[in-house]
Design a protein around this ligand. Sequence first.
Ligand code: ADP
Ligand code: MG
Length: 379
Amino acid sequence: MEMADETFQRFSELDLPEALHRGLEKMKFTEPTPVQAATIPTALKGKDVMGIAQTGTGKTAAFGIPMLTRLHDDRYPIGLVLAPTRELAAQIHKVLEQMAGQGLKINGSLVVGGESFRKQSNQYDRGIDYIVATPGRLIDHLRQKSVSLERAEILVLDEVDRILDMGFAPQIEEIMRHVPKKRQTMLFSATLPPEIQNLAARFLHHPLHVSIGGPVAKPVDQIEEQTVETTAAAKQGLLIKHLQEKKGKVLIFVKTKDRCEILFKVLNREGFGCVRLHGDCSQGERKKALEDFKQGRPAIMVATDLAGRGIDIVDIEHVINYDLPHSREDYIHRIGRTARAGRSGTALNFLTPGDIDGYYAIMNKKAPKRVVFRSHRKR
Ligand code: ADP
Ligand code: MG
């Protein structure tokens, strides 16, 4: 394990390509966030990095700046960034384009499902410096031989614990057979549960380990967390009451696509303009929902965990867990959609009698010996 022996106070101190400095200036990035200060100098040297830092603290630039710089300085390799959802991949792609947009001449390609396969192949053929991809579509290209990862000497796994969990494991294994052994690997997330740690270590070679905010993952302090006790039958009414009181953007999480669809319809019928995002929506619907919500027209989005990871909409003020998530990690990521980049926000959890067992694990609290449930407590 290597320590971060080098750090910096301002981006202007770093030896980056001039065009990248201009890009960062344009984005108003002058001082690094803690995870950026701790990892960028080491990553610029081509070393491996395992970076754990809270939601909304700038992990994208922590890998983006070194990757773009190294691709600029050595034109042979390409970079590969994997992300768990199309939406997150598109967002990362956009941030990298912004950083490179002031004349860096480093070009990337977004390789995700739901978009034209041919266009992605053609773009690859014309020559690209990096790929931002979701695993499924990247594998389609690898099997068709329309994309090669022979030169992918810089590998980034964003939301690494999600990317390496059971759901993605076979896909990642297949992709890794195409990536060179000799490479730089950068892994980032806000959470890294113990069962993934060993797996992640297998990707790394003498890495720098950085863990901002302590060894145990936790939400950022600027989130005010609240739990209300309710029942399955009373939930809808309670949500409507809360929505009537809340100002600003609200992101509501539910546990299934069906429940997402139902709640979306109910809220619209009740006069709350809202959009919905889940895996059964068409690509067009997914894009439009996120875009509309970003613009604040409307200001309510109902989503599954598809929107739980990485999405950076800085003015989301409230997250409501209408249905509780499955794990502590999912909880941290969901509520981390608010209070980003130093802002504050609220998280409201709806707790029904059936949720009690999971609740204490999610909140990282010890369960009391006996839970006395008060479903109609006055606040
Ligand atoms: P994370 O991946 O850690 O959740 P992001 O990379 O999405 O966080 O960044 C969160 C927000 O912080 C983004 O809106 C980004 O523009 C902003 N940000 C990142 N780094 C800086 C910086 N050095 N200065 C100012 N804003 C920053
Ligand atoms: Mg991120």
